[in-house]
Design a protein around this ligand. Structure first.
Ligand code: TYM
Length: 345
């Protein structure tokens, strides 16, 4: 386990994380986050997994498709092994307190903190003036998601590290401003492991992403064995064999990425993978990698298809999840309202 979530916080440990219902999920989402969601169910009493549709509207999705995409992400959670009896699975907009707490936090977070967020800068590029206020404010809503449940541990990929630091800063400043030491925990990101930063298959300097225009850069959770093999075969490498040790990966970002993927999917260390493949060429490694990927993803894709064929059953699970999420969130939001001094009859 990582450091204590906050020296003054005395409440229960709780896991929270979420994913956006934008285009389908890919291997980076799976290895950076989803695989951890599943594993944490055995380690923590309470795990809360959200489909963050409020965040998704910062990218202006088609309103006719958003609800279906939310169901699809929920189906991916379940297909990967999230158990809706043990964990809470729900859609963010169904629990209105997320938006309410985000407003309170808007009055806690400082402009300067948000101006430092690299993800906003990357997304906005040179057009920051034309971006929505929502996109700028995205990390404040993320802090509200986590702290609405007083979550102490947050499994995410490495790209979320800065947002998690902001959540800790917001929690700390709320506790200070409202003279409430230990009211909010300072949530710990759970980032470690070889899957924390999966890169594009074509360019080892860019992360694997849903928004990359080329589908050859990513493995989608729904890709079949043939598509996986084609993509892995076309993945950028170099003419040298795989190195015998980790040090030999330096300066070979694409190779490091493929070895990291093999390690994360097989739940091995990078050293174990190099012990097996060090000195061998990519003609041997790539088909082996495609094989472990196909074996891992095929049952998930099949289960996603099965679940997506029955939206009513998914809705029942999400409805139940929303009720259980609300039961935790509402009293915490009431406490916040009281601390802040809002009127109450
Ligand atoms: P999203 O949907 O962009 O990503 C979902 C999760 O996938 C991880 N991830 C990756 N991990 C490794 N390699 C990659 N190439 C890769 N690409 C994505 C992300 O780190 C993330 O864990 N802002 C969040 C959604 C969110 C959230 C929250 C997360 C909203 N509220 C509260 C945790 C707690 C996001 O990045 O979503």
């Amino acid at each position: 386990m990582t450091d204590a979530p906050s020296p003054a916080y005395k409440g229960p440990e709780r896991v929270f994380s979420g994913m956006q219902p934008t285009n389908g999920l890919h291997l980076g989402n799976y290895l950076g986050a989803l695989q951890k969601f599943v594993a944490l169910q055995g380690k923590f009493q309470e795990c809360i997994y959200c489909v963050v549709d409020l965040h998704a509207i910062t990218a202006g999705p088609d309103p006719k498709e958003l609800a279906a995409k939310s169901r699809e992400v929920a189906a991916a959670y379940l297909a990967a092994g999230v158990d809706p009896k043990r964990s809470i699975v729900f859609v963010q907009s169904a629990v209105r307190e997320h938006s309410e707490l985000a407003w309170v936090f808007n009055c806690i977070a400082r402009m300067g903190w948000l101006e430092r967020m690299t993800q906003f800068k990357d997304k906005a590029g040179k057009h920051a003036e034309r971006m929505s206020v929502g996109l700028f404010d995205y990390p404040v809503l993320q802090a509200a998601d986590i702290l609405l449940y007083k979550a102490t541990h947050v499994p995410v990929g490495e790209d979320q590290k800065q947002h998690l630091e902001l959540s800790r800063d917001i929690a700390q400043k709320f506790n200070n401003d409202y003279d409430a030491p230990g009211f909010f925990p300072l949530p710990e990101p759970l980032i470690q492991g070889p899957g924390a930063r999966i890169m594009s298959l074509r360019d080892g300097s860019k992360k694997m992403s849903k928004s990359d225009p080329s589908d050859l850069t990513r493995i989608n959770l729904t890709d079949d064995a043939d598509a996986i093999l084609q993509k892995v075969k076309k993945a950028t490498t170099d003419p040298n064999p795989l190195p015998e040790s980790k040090a030999g990966l330096a300066g070979r970002a694409e190779v490091e990425n493929l070895v990291g993927i093999y390690a994360a999917v097989s739940e091995l260390s990078v050293e174990d993978v190099l012990n097996e493949f060090g000195g061998k060429g990519f003609g041997a490694f790539k088909p082996a990698l495609a094989e472990v990927l196909a074996v891992k993803l095929a049952p998930i894709a099949a289960e996603m298809r099965r679940l997506n064929a029955d939206p009513a059953a998914l809705d029942a699970i999400l409805q139940d999840g929303a009720g259980r999420a609300r039961a935790i969130a509402a009293p915490i939001m009431d406490e916040v309202r009281e601390r802040v001094g809002f009127w109450r009859a």
